[in-house]
Design a protein around this ligand. Sequence first.
Ligand code: PRT
Ligand code: MG
Length: 216
Amino acid sequence: MTLALSKGRIFEETMPLLAEAGIEVPENPESSRKLILPTSDPGLRLIIVRASDVPTYVQYGAADLGIAGKDVLIEHAKEHPGGLYQPIDLNIAKCRLAVAVRNGFDYDAAVHQGARLRVATKYVHSAREHFASKGVYVDIIKLYGSMELAPLIGLADCIVDLVSTGGTLRANDLVAVEDVMPISSRLIVNQAALKTRGDRLQPLLDAFARAASRNV
Ligand code: PRT
Ligand code: MG
């Protein structure tokens, strides 16, 4: 079995869950730079991929399982529907998706019904849906990083980005004005693999579910 996940916070927060399932990972991807990591379970290996690539590996069956943030899963599902089963909220890598503006920008005045707003974000589908539900027209400007810059130099009125401590917003004179949704990471499973190799996958899914329920 192959489990796809990203290094950084998701890897760090997944290790205790695997440990509770009795699975150790002897190498750290940050220091070893390896992209395929064996585990103490001879039937399970990890592959280290970019966070936004995890659903792709699982959807195509190159990995049986994956761990990805709800933010990533929503954007992926809108563009590549189907093929993924999302059984378990692991309650790790928690943060929130929020709207943020420059300090002093009058957001309440800007979002009245029928208004038009320029929104810079990596999360175009979640952002579009959020503003549509408020009846606010938006021009979405897709960015791949450093969204915080956009309102500061006049590229956009606001951003939709992940916030955890709020330190990044504060450092850039921005302020969160509205929550879009809470975010955590989910275990995803390739549907075909679950059908053909459910006997091997199910014990691992059960172990993740047990470990995650202690994590709430
Ligand atoms: O970093 P890289 O470009 O390689 O990829 P990535 O950003 O997609 O991966 P990674 O590992 O940074 O994030 C993986 C997942 O962790 C995301 O998909 C989220 O589900 C989750 N997560 C949890 C976060 C955060 N918290 C978070 N704070 N992802 C990103 N951030 C960033 C946020 O975008 C902002 O730039 O951290 C900054 C804000 O943090 P605070 O603490 O200053 O508010
Ligand atoms: Mg990041």
